[in-house]
Ligand binder design. Structure first.
Ligand code: NDP
Ligand code: MG
Length: 381
């Protein structure tokens, strides 16, 4: 079980819920990071008294240093300081809750420092999953997933050590706010429409990813990397109620599932207490009050981002880094209302066609592919 934690991205949706869980479990919070939100960071520092607070935005760091002048907390600024928070000495567990590829460097640094990684930042595993998992093996660092589907699978796999025992993983998907619409109808959806998720309240980037189903595509890749399985063994089913968080089918035909209310504090808590379980104040799942649980095939024609991600997963190499970077840029442009909903797919597909993919990439090659994909999106406007 974790005792002292660092949270990268503490002001975000996962970060704030992690602080709630940390308070309930009585964990010591030693380091916090955010990007620009100095006001919320000040509140968090005054409450949790970490010894280190990082703002990756330099102006926000200067602002925070003034706000915290009367405290003992050391303030650092800049993206490199994320890695400082990731290897902060007293910390045993690093919660990676930043959004986007910026999480890669600090995750690798935390692995090298043999910290447990409570991994929410899926973009890191998508763009450099093999490197991250190999580093974790080399340094003996544990990676415990926070993403609800991967936490469900992780929980179902406790007690079954052998990969060969798995026939397939079944990831559930809420279907997002545009479930049931045609490709044409989906293409007309606006930022406000996309930010309305039926079951979860999350940061804006992942909320848009859920509406395109790119999130499920990223999660397919995340699952392939975490469990070192090919695409044929990772399936997606639509499950509108978000009660069954994912399932594992074993070679003997047994299927294990993890169920629970749609509440991210549950997988966050498990990543903190693993391998133990602790009493939780959360509302228990009431099966008799649950709506009927339904399962359906995803519509890859109306939501082509899912198929695009699956194709990148099969291609491997830097393809997933290109997919991820192009999607990050396209979603940013969509949130700025500079491109439409269907442009997210168009620009990502364009980048995958324009940037040549490399097999078995080094970290430098992954970073170069990421940069090239972002340039391709800008050129495609
Ligand atoms: P939010 O947008 O709510 O929070 C993002 C956090 O990262 C904030 O603390 C933000 O700081 C910080 N941040 C933003 N940009 C940068 C940057 N360029 N450099 C450093 N830090 C930055 O995101 P979520 O909490 O929703 O998601 C975080 C991660 O967890 C994502 O990878 C997402 O896919 C994953 N995830 C989220 C789930 C959810 O329920 N929210 C579920 C499963 C996975 P500031 O506030 O100052 O901008
Ligand atoms: Mg998820």
């Amino acid at each position: 079980m974790s005792k002292t934690i660092s949270i990268l991205g503490s002001t975000g949706s996962i970060g704030r819920q992690t602080l709630e869980v940390a308070e309930q479990l009585g964990l010591h919070v030693a380091a916090l990071t955010a990007h620009t939100n100095a006001e919320r960071m000040e509140e968090q520092v005054r409450k949790f008294r970490p010894s280190l607070a990082v703002m990756t935005d330099e102006a926000a760091a200067r602002d925070l240093a003034i706000r915290l002048a009367d405290t003992e907390t050391r303030v650092r600024g800049g993206t490199e300081a994320l890695s400082e928070a990731a290897v902060w000495l007293p910390v045993d567990t690093v919660v990676t809750a930043v959004v986007g590829m910026v999480g890669l460097g600090p995750t690798l640094a935390a692995i090298r420092a043999k910290k447990r990684i409570a991994l929410a930042n899926k973009e890191t595993l998508v763009c450099a999953g093999e490197l991250v998992m190999d580093a974790a093996d080399t340094y003996g660092a544990e990676i415990v997933p926070v993403d609800s589907e991967h936490s469900a699978i992780f929980q179902c796999l406790q007690g079954s050590a052998e990969r060969q025992e798995i026939r397939r993983l079944i990831l559930t998907c809420s279907g997002g706010p545009f479930y049931g619409m045609s490709r044409e109808e989906v293409g007309k959806m606006t930022k406000a429409d996309a930010l309305r998720h039926p079951n979860w309240t999350m940061g804006p980037k992942i909320t848009v990813d859920c509406s395109t189903l790119m999130n499920k595509g990223l999660e397919v890749i995340e699952a392939m990397r975490l469990y070192r399985l090919p695409l044929e063994q990772v399936h997606v089913v639509i499950h509108r109620q978000s009660i069954v968080h994912s399932l594992v089918e074993f070679r003997d035909g047994a299927v294990l599932a993890q169920l629970g209310t749609p509440d991210m504090r549950l997988p966050i808590r498990y990543a903190m207490t693993y391998p133990e379980r602790k009493e939780s104040p959360a509302e228990p799942l009431d099966l008799l009050a649950c709506p009927p649980l339904t399962f359906a095939e995803p519509d890859r024609e109306a939501f082509p981002c899912l198929a695009l991600a699956e194709a990148a997963a099969v291609k491997g190499g830097t393809s997933c880094a290109i997919l991820n970077a192009a999607n990050e840029e396209a979603v940013r442009l969509f949130l700025e209302e500079r491109v439409g909903f269907s442009d997210i797919f168009r620009l990502t597909e364009r980048a995958l066609a324009a940037v040549p993919a490399k097999k078995n990439p080094s970290l430098e090659e992954i970073l170069a592919a990421d940069a090239a994909a972002r340039r391709s999106v800008k050129a495609g406007l």
